[in-house]
Design a protein around this ligand. Sequence first.
Ligand SMILES: Cc1cc2nc3c(=O)[nH]c(=O)nc-3n(C[C@H](O)[C@H](O)[C@H](O)COP(=O)(O)O)c2cc1C
Length: 382
Amino acid sequence: MSILFESMKIGGLRLRNRFVRSATYDGCADKAGHVTEKQIRLFEELARGGVGLIVSGIASVHASGRISAFQNIVSDDSAIPGLKKLVDAANSHGAGIAMQLFHGGRESSVYQKHKKSEAISPSVIANDPYCDLEHRAMTEDEIFEVIQAFGDAAVRARAAGFDAVQVHGAHAYLPSQFLSPFTNQRTDAWGGSPEKRLRFLHEIYKDIRKKVGDDYPVMIKIGVADGFAGGLEFSEGKAAAVRCAEWGFDAIEISQGLRGKRYSQTEFRTKIKGPDQEGYFRSWCREIKEAVKVPVMMVGGLRRIEMMEEVIRNRDADYISLCRPLIREPDIISRWEKGQGAYPTCVSCNLCFEALLKGKPLNCVHQLSVNKKKDAQPENCP
Ligand SMILES: Cc1cc2nc3c(=O)[nH]c(=O)nc-3n(C[C@H](O)[C@H](O)[C@H](O)COP(=O)(O)O)c2cc1C
């Protein structure tokens, strides 16, 4: 049996293999932010497809952090009955399920404006070339309110039956905005030094842990370097990931921090044409894995099953986390388990993401036929 299909544990949570469906926003919640039938079917399909752990898409912990009308919320108890059905869909087909706890910070600006509210962030940066969204700096009371919202959301996730939670501490969103010296220019207790910029995440961890107890798996997806010069550098991001492990996060998924302007400066890189482009966060994972005792999840352009096995054997990571290939082929893991080692037909074009931005539900919108291209290499990547 391939090492990829070994059963593994995160804290006390037993998983059937090392495959994780990396958090994927699906744009399929109803307008109240509640679970829909479409989401239940999506999660059922993924679980049937053999993945060990499904991480939900971004679930908003506080009204100020909501980024879309089609996003799930976990900011009040009204979401719990629907969330229970999502848990059922995953667990009844053998997959674990974690909820990704999210606050969009300044990236929530368009939705907040639509709701006649203001987006919030650690600081407002003058002439920011990466973000022209309207927002204002958070007060200290607001910072504590959002921290507590993460803890309360974790309690709701547990009440709904989720096996774990994952704090979204990556990409363009609020915890990354606190971590980055580019977006956090505060001079109070929340900014001004690496330790102070990390405090927001630390307080979130402590609040969640206090509320869910020691036996519940609490994970983080952490952005360990920004996609442009002048932001968070890997040396500091790595130190932050190590601290997260020391505090008690049960698993760490390694990703990118703030995004630059091009896809090559983001967590979802395009033009993955061969081994040189695959597993593009591998060196970060390797360095962090060497420095921590908790499981590390590698995400980002993992496509070739041989490389995934090598990643695990080499101890560069403990889990293989996939997003785009599972949008197109949710059953690919069970096919791999049966020895059908096909290369994913996903060409990492990001048209799925661009459609989501236009309010369409999650789908692979690339025109190729899956059947015709089952064993194809992605040389036609746009
Ligand atoms: C359509 C789409 C939606 C995504 N939604 C989320 C999300 O909700 N939370 C998150 O942390 N990352 C999200 N991501 C990033 C993925 O989880 C992953 O980190 C990235 O796509 C790289 O992995 P891949 O090469 O396997 O796709 C999304 C990516 C795509 C393409």
